[in-house]
Design a binder for this molecule. Structure first.
Ligand code: ZN
Length: 129
């Protein structure tokens, strides 16, 4: 029996979430180890730490968006990115996977748009009519 499309999307989201969670944990561990190595040598390379931290932050933001999608999947209708077909949550401005703008395709319903407080990728001016 073929699984429903939504189940496939959800399970691939979960897989990606687990991968990311692992990477985030690993990078946190690395970052801690790196800071420790620098500390015991009394030689801090801030640029290296900042670069590592930025990578970690990126992954962490993606992980947060995935967690949000997974929380929403049962209750909210989720659309698909027109560019890469990744599922996205209602009211999302950008595709979390490829960065495509989603606003034009967003369904206009009477449901109030949720506040976007994660993954803000820069100043966005949205003209509503
Ligand atoms: Zn996309």
């Amino acid at each position: 029996m073929a699984p429903r499309e939504g189940d496939v999307a959800a399970s691939s989201l979960r897989r990606r979430r687990d991968e990311l969670a692992e990477q985030v944990a690993e990078q946190q561990w690395d970052l801690g180890g790196l800071a420790y190595e620098m500390a015991i040598r009394d030689h801090f390379r801030l640029d290296v730490l900042v670069r590592k931290a930025a990578q970690l932050q990126e992954r962490d933001a993606e992980l947060a968006e995935l967690e949000r999608l997974l929380r929403l999947e049962d209750s909210a209708s989720v659309g698909n990115c027109p560019a890469c077909a990744a599922p996205h949550s209602r009211g999302a401005l950008f595709c979390w996977q490829c960065g495509a703008t989603l606003m034009e395709r967003a369904p206009s319903t009477a449901v109030p748009v949720e506040r976007q407080d994660t993954l803000v990728m820069g100043p966005v001016v949205v003209a509503r009519d």
